[in-house]
Design a protein around this ligand. Structure first.
Ligand code: HEM
Length: 331
């Protein structure tokens, strides 16, 4: 069995390298070495799916990049988060670049995600980031906004744009004993459902409830972070949150800009090389946002004082129970 899978891999290799060589013509010479790595990550780490491995790679970008503070230190988007014993992470690309290469590529697996810019050439990280710089889901809105401003000079609007990533995400640690509990009903599509569904009145828990950082959700099988819930219901973020509901273009454009800004934390863009062309486009999303079965505009907890929540169709059928996101091996 082991022999069979190794020989399958060896036989497939010329195809993978061939595809990479074909694309060499379209990427700058300094970026061409990334192409076989791109194919390897897409095929073998992500298995071309917007699943658990892709979600994890996307989240890693945040945890690496936000590890920077004007007084406490930390190198920002420097790759310092990488644990060097992991097999998938020992590629030729510099560790400093690997986190954003993988995170940017993970988006290419998710229908609807923007094609984000990728700059490489980061020096090797110097030290681990200090602790306590990554926001927690039980931190209040002001605390998270202050941390995001101090660490990344992010505005409240940019923070909400970055949280579009929770459209392709779930919780592995918030609910003891449960993994891959999605934040919305479409965790493998980079759509605006998370902005719709978090605005709905919470009525239920997946699991027993009562966990730190978790509040009631509107849809069985999903979970809701207390921080996302509060962002949707507090000034100065509630209207930004609502503005993305059913506005795919606005969400993806603002996410892409904020994500690239995040990739440059602690780096000087002028010292980096633009290798954006190695990132393939994600499959296009053509749908519209919706209310999940049995839920309507009446279930919206309107928070933004200056604009009404959009009217959306309700999907037909009985109330949904969203299945967990299948977990990647060894993730
Ligand atoms: C700003 C405040 C943020 C807070 C408080 C927060 C909190 C969380 C928490 C608690 C989880 C679940 C962890 C677990 O139980 O496994 C999570 C998952 C995730 N977060 Fe965030 N997050 C924030 C911002 C971001 C940003 C900026 C990004 C990326 C650009 C991001 C991307 C993700 C992704 C992709 C996952 C899913 C990971 C997976 O399914 O394996 N988050 N986040």
């Amino acid at each position: 069995m082991v022999f069979k899978s190794i020989s399958a891999l060896v036989l497939a290799l010329p195809v993978v390298l061939g595809a990479a060589i074909d694309r060499r013509a379209t990427v700058p010479q300094e970026c061409a070495f990334l192409l076989p790595i791109v194919d390897d990550l897409m095929n073998n780490l992500f298995e071309n799916e917007c699943g658990d491995a892709a979600h994890g790679a996307l989240r890693l970008t945040f945890h690496d990049a936000i590890g920077i503070d004007p007084t406490l230190g930390g190198g920002g988007a420097d790759g310092s988060i990488i644990t060097f014993n992991s097999t998938e992470l020992t590629f030729a690309a510099n560790d400093g670049d690997f986190v954003f290469l993988a995170g940017s590529l993970s988006l290419a697996t998710c229908e609807g995600a923007p094609q984000v810019k990728l700059a490489i050439g980061r020096p090797q990280p110097i030290a681990a980031s200090p602790d306590l710089l990554v926001p927690e889901p039980f931190d209040d809105v002001n605390k998270i906004l202050a941390r995001m401003a101090a660490g990344g000079n992010f505005s409240p609007q940019e923070v909400i744009a970055l949280l579009s990533s929770h459209s392709v995400a779930g919780a592995d640690t918030i609910i003891p004993g449960l993994a891959g509990i999605p934040f919305d009903s479409t965790p493998s599509v980079f759509d605006t459902q998370v902005f719709v569904e978090v605005q709905l009145r919470g009525t239920t828990f997946t699991g027993p409830g009562g966990n730190q950082g978790e509040v009631m959700t509107a849809i069985q099988g999903t979970t809701r972070l207390q921080s996302d819930h509060n962002f949707a219901r507090s000034t100065p973020t509630d209207c930004f949150w609502q503005s993305f509901a059913n506005n795919q273009q606005q969400m993806t454009e603002q996410f892409a800009a904020a994500f690239f800004k995040m990739s440059l934390l602690g780096q000087n863009e002028n010292d980096l090389i633009d290798c954006s062309s190695v990132i393939p486009p994600a499959p296009t999303f053509t749908g519209n946002a919706f209310f999940p079965p049995s839920l309507t505009h009446n279930d919206v907890e309107q928070a933004c004082a200056t604009a009404a929540f959009p009217n959306l169709p309700t999907l037909p059928g009985p109330p949904e129970v969203v299945p967990p996101i299948p977990q990647a091996d060894g993730s």
